[in-house]
Design a protein around this ligand. Structure first.
Ligand code: 2NL
Length: 368
């Protein structure tokens, strides 16, 4: 029989104690029978709901109905009952969630003797590895490393590098422009950088001479993909500016760098070339590291492999940063730039640039 709150007729301490004892006995009996979350909630409501819960009934039927002289005796007992009932209801709920979490732990038990999931180690992509190798050769010579944004303005990508306004590289055939920039002045129009040179302009704006910096990074051209072209590729450019920097310093630096990258037995050759931002300019070749210069398929029987471009920084470039100490009559410098994929292809004997970007594990795993 479920407990119901009786009306009291006898308000003597003994009768009150007996009524309290009966209530608590009923409560304990119901508490012991709870076996689910839903039952537990109904149990709490039945005993403790403000509206018509058993404690509220006790308040109405025992305390409010008590005659004046008995109110004190009834009051203390009803107060104690409130604490006791709360305690027993809480305990019952705690016991229930305790056994629920016990059941959950049991069902989630882990067998630590199982072999586990094998996750293969990642490895540096061959392009990134080659880029880091190049950068480290120059770091060892005291160069710092700078990076910059891939979205640039026409000013930093072209104008400050002495490209004339109508230079063919600025054509949409060669450069990827951000759409909707027509209202802006040409120098403020946004584009995807076609080389990492703009980072060197930023570096010279931030740091007065002397400066030695290499700039690795991703660059973009409006090229159609084939075995030797990719619209996204990587470059390492470098810049050294100081008093009395000569073409001889340029030759010595790049000769050392090529020996460090391809082996100390390669030689370098500097061949006249043209870049808008250097004067004089040169293309640098190394003796074919496959045939040693005798002539083979790799070097197209010439004995030489063309690897990078370089030159003495054109005074017209220094004009754009002369406010930061780059006065062409006081200082001089050299700069160079190389394509990372081309160097990686030559180093590893890869004949298709697309292999770097296709994500084929059979190709990539060879570099782990
Ligand atoms: C190439 C040739 C080159 C530079 C890049 C440069 C940067 C500044 C000033 C002057 Cl801020 N020059 N960079 C100079 C000569 C050649 O790159 O064939 N790259 C793949």
């Amino acid at each position: 029989m479920a407990y119901t709150v009786p009306k009291l007729e006898d308000y003597s301490p003994a009768a009150l104690d007996k009524a309290v004892a009966e209530l608590l006995a009923g409560l304990r009996q119901e508490a012991a029978a709870i076996s689910s979350e839903g039952e537990s909630k109904a149990f709490r409501d039945r005993w403790m709901a403000r509206k018509n819960g058993i404690l509220t009934q006790v308040n109405d039927l025992w305390l409010k109905a008590a005659p004046g002289p008995a109110k004190r005796e009834v009051g203390t007992r009803v107060n104690n009952l409130k604490t006791d009932v709360e305690q027993i209801v809480d305990d019952a709920q705690g016991r229930l969630s305790g056994s629920a979490s016990q059941a959950r732990l049991e069902s989630e038990r882990i067998d630590i003797t199982l072999p586990g999931i094998h996750r293969p180690l990642g490895a540096e992509h061959p392009v990134i590895r080659t880029m880091n190798e190049i950068v480290n050769v120059f770091r060892a010579m005291g160069y710092s490393v700078a990076e910059g944004p891939e979205i640039e303005t026409d000013y930093f990508n072209f104008e400050a590098l002495n490209f004339p306004p109508n230079h063919p590289a600025r054509d949409t055939q060669d450069t990827l422009f951000v759409a909707g920039q027509e209202k802006k002045q040409q120098r403020d129009r946004l584009l995807l950088r076609t080389h990492t040179s703009p980072v060197q302009i930023h570096a010279m704006e931030q740091q007065p001479p002397p400066i030695r910096v290499v700039v690795p990074g991703k660059v973009h051209r409006a090229d159609t993909a084939d075995a030797t072209h990719s619209p996204i590729f990587h470059q390492v450019e470098g810049l050294a500016v100081d008093t009395n920097i000569t073409f001889c310093d340029l030759k010595g630096t790049l000769d050392h760098a090529m020996k460090a990258l391809f082996g100390s037995d390669v030689n370098t050759r500097f061949f006249p070339s043209f870049f808008p931002f250097t004067e004089p300019s040169a293309d640098v070749s190394v003796t074919c590291f496959k045939c040693g210069g005798k002539g083979c398929r790799l070097c197209k029987n010439s004995g030489w492999i063309e690897l990078l471009g370089c030159g003495m920084v054109d005074p017209a470039v220094f004009k754009f940063v002369e406010n930061n100490g780059y006065k062409a009559d006081k200082i001089s410098g050299f700069a160079f730039g190389m394509g990372v994929e081309r160097i990686a292809m030559l180093k590893y004997g890869i004949d298709d640039i697309q292999l770097f970007f296709q994500g084929d594990m059979r190709f990539l795993e060879q570099f782990v």
